[in-house]
Design a protein around this ligand. Structure first.
Ligand code: GLP
Length: 256
């Protein structure tokens, strides 16, 4: 497990964007696992900037983690619409190479199976993750038992409260979502979890240094061999001195 701490979210994002760019230029058919939420918005903005400077994403396949059940792809609060607005519309990825679960599928079990087949056919090279305030990744919520594969989840009260900010009318916010499962996420070759802000400090500490437990789904990342937590100083503030010391030169370097 690697931890990289930067003075600001902007600096942290430049680091992640450079890693993504390197994968895109190195691999003939890179598969990116993508996340939504406020955290990766800057990353997508940076990738769009790279594209405008000549980076092609035409050979990239993207697979998103999750989608709200009941929202049409063109609903402004759907994750498909989020990805179109922040990334897909601005770059040259063919639409057929971008994948988000279909929240309107008439048969949700069949949609989950379709997504698992898609994941089997396109193993993820690099999975980008955010983290919910309760430790969820994708929409894998803290539960007694975590699901391994794509499934329908009933969102917790904490997640509904956290994500209500994206819905002008929180009353219409879906109560369920389709999400990739924990095992599917852990099958990515490499994983980058980004977390910014003091409100993430407690859960980042729990995910990194607490027990591996279904109470904190992100703690399962401890079992993966190539995971990097990319944090700003506020999100890293709950971690002990060794982490702060180890990252100090980097923070200094990138804050100049
Ligand atoms: C949503 C998404 C997660 C994301 C989380 C954190 O619940 N399903 O994939 O990591 O929000 O969001 P934010 O980055 O806005 O804190």
């Amino acid at each position: 497990m690697k931890i990289r701490v930067f003075a600001t979210a902007e600096l942290a994002t430049v680091y992640v964007a450079a890693l993504v760019e390197s994968l895109i230029t190195r691999e003939p058919h890179p598969v990116l696992g993508l996340a939504t939420g406020a955290t990766p918005i800057l990353l997508y903005r940076q990738l769009v900037a790279f594209h405008r400077q000549g980076l092609s994403l035409a050979h990239v396949t993207t697979i998103n983690l999750d989608e709200y059940v009941g929202l049409a792809p063109d609903h402004p609060q759907s994750y498909r619409a989020f990805m179109e607005a922040h990334l897909f519309r601005h770059v040259d990825i063919p639409a057929a190479q971008t994948h988000v679960p279909n929240g309107l599928a008439p048969d949700l079990a069949a949609e989950c199976a379709r997504y698992d087949a898609l994941l089997a056919a396109h193993p993820i090279d690099l999975q980008i993750l955010g983290i919910g305030p309760n430790g969820h990744i994708g929409f894998n919520e803290p539960e007694g038992a975590l699901k391994t594969r794509t499934h329908v989840v009933t969102l917790t009260a904490e997640t509904l409260a956290a994500n209500a900010r994206f819905f002008p009318d929180p009353a219409v916010m879906p109560r369920q979502a389709i999400t990739m499962g924990l095992e599917s996420i852990l099958q990515a070759r490499a994983i980058i979890l980004m977390a910014f802000g003091a409100e993430k400090a407690r859960i980042v500490k729990a995910a990194l240094s607490g027990e591996v437990s279904t109470a904190v789904p992100a703690s399962f990342l401890q079992m993966h061999s190539d995971v990097t937590f990319v944090l700003d100083e506020a999100a890293a503030s709950g971690l002990g001195a060794p982490v702060a010391e180890a990252s100090a030169p980097l923070v200094e370097h990138f804050s100049r």
